[in-house]
Design a protein around this ligand. Structure first.
Ligand SMILES: NC(=O)c1ccc[n+]([C@@H]2O[C@H](COP(=O)([O-])OP(=O)(O)OC[C@H]3O[C@@H](n4cnc5c(N)ncnc54)[C@H](O)[C@@H]3O)[C@@H](O)[C@H]2O)c1
Length: 371
């Protein structure tokens, strides 16, 4: 199937890979992106976007711009967003405006310009804590941690009796537990996608992405992309800043695998109406990935700073149960992690990155968002 596809936020990290993948599959691409400064800096943002994609600079909240961008479009991939859990906890209006209102504007415009399918990027952040198993072997959906305090001995969630819970892979059926404004926004985007498609004869699909990494992730944005943030610190000869004790576990999925997932989710008939986790199926501690990245960048001598404090809104463990995406979409992440890190290190080595991590920490601490 060859279509004319609109990618909102398509000049961003994931969007550029999705554009490449869809162009490779014979589609025509238009990108609507406002090229926000936090992600694109002072650049025109078009440098890394595939030259065959048409870039329309515009805001997803601008009705006229969205209507124009939808002209002649067959399907939409909706990625435009402000991305950052911690920052969303004080830039509440900015996040809610782009993420929720922007999504509302897009779907209202789709009433007059219906398309075959919309695939929206959701996030693992909607789960809050991932799924856990208690000491009796029962699954726990609403795990919570002890009240956070400096250098606490117990970062892991516990049950009512204070017994530790064991993290297990998180499937799509786990109840959302919205612990940040960003998570709330992503859930609104997800529900809006499903609510506003079926009645209008459009197919809606949501992909809950886990931690996406790869070359091209904004090194200047200290609020998202833990590997990019660590890489930017190491590049500047600074210690990666690891919150808590570094033993929190995440699922790192390569951006090229994610791009394939979007391209498949756009066409597979059985994806319509579905919501799927997209991850690698492997989990790693943040401390381990920091060490592996330092090794890949030849910066082993720079030890991370273990902050011993948590950011409000962060969760302890969440990693991906990939079963549904494998069964329904035939999706399996194939990128080897060490090779992915080596490629990331190679890309980072020829970049310059303003280090805004200290500023990020100061912004959060000033508001009591690091405990
Ligand atoms: N990177 C991850 O690990 C991850 C994980 C889960 C979900 N996601 C989701 O995937 C999507 C893409 O993320 P990314 O990592 O590529 O982020 P990114 O910041 O690189 O890309 C987002 C793009 O959206 C654009 N944008 C922001 N506000 C806009 C607006 N008002 N109008 C038009 N464009 C606007 C930005 O300029 C940017 O190019 C987002 O929806 C994000 O929530 C990302």
């Amino acid at each position: 199937m060859s279509e004319h596809i609109l990618i909102t936020g398509g000049a961003g990290f994931i969007g550029r890979f999705v554009a490449d993948e869809l162009l490779r599959r014979g589609n025509k691409i238009r990108v609507l992106d406002s090229l926000i400064e936090q992600v694109h800096g002072e650049t025109d943002g078009a440098q890394m976007l595939n030259a065959e994609a048409e870039l329309v600079r515009g805001d997803v909240r601008d009705k006229a711009a969205v209507a124009r961008a939808l002209d002649g479009i067959d399907s939409v991939i909706h990625l435009a967003a402000e991305v950052g859990v911690g920052q969303s906890m004080y830039e509440v209006e900015r996040y809610t405006s782009t993420n929720d209102v922007g999504t509302a504007v897009l779907f209202e415009a789709l009433i007059d310009h219906p398309v075959r399918r919309v695939v929206t990027a959701s996030s693992m952040s909607i789960y809050g804590e991932g799924l856990y198993r208690d000491a009796d072997g029962e699954l726990v959906q609403d795990a919570d941690r002890p009240a956070l305090r400096d250098n606490q001995a117990q970062w892991d969630p516990v049950d009512d009796l204070g017994r530790p819970l064991a993290a297990v892979a998180t499937p799509e059926w786990k109840r959302p537990n919205l612990a940040s404004i960003y998570a709330l926004n992503k859930y609104v985007q997800e529900r809006t996608t499903h609510i506003m498609t079926k009645p209008y004869g459009i197919e809606g699909v949501c992909l809950r992405l886990f931690n996406v990494y790869g070359p091209g992730q904004a090194l200047s944005n200290p609020y998202t992309g833990v590997l990019a943030i660590f890489a930017s610190r190491l590049l500047n000869g600074q210690q990666p800043m690891i919150f808590e004790d570094g033993e929190q576990r995440r699922d790192f999925v390569h951006v090229s695998d994610v791009a394939r997932a979007f391209a498949d989710a756009l066409v597979l008939p059985q994806a319509a109406g579905g919501t799927f986790n997209i991850g690698s199926g492997h989990h790693r501690s943040v401390r381990d990935v920091a060490a592996s990245l330092a090794g890949a960048m030849g910066k082993n001598q720079i030890q991370p700073e273990i902050v011993g404090k948590a950011r409000i809104g962060d969760i302890r463990h969440c990693f991906c149960d990939t079963t549904l995406a494998a069964d329904m979409l035939g999706f399996r992440a194939t990128q080897d992690f060490d090779q992915g890190l080596a490629e990331l290190a190679e890309w980072v080595a020829v970049q310059t990155a303003p280090d805004r991590v200290a500023q990020m920490r100061a912004e959060l601490e000033a508001r009591g968002l690091v405990a």
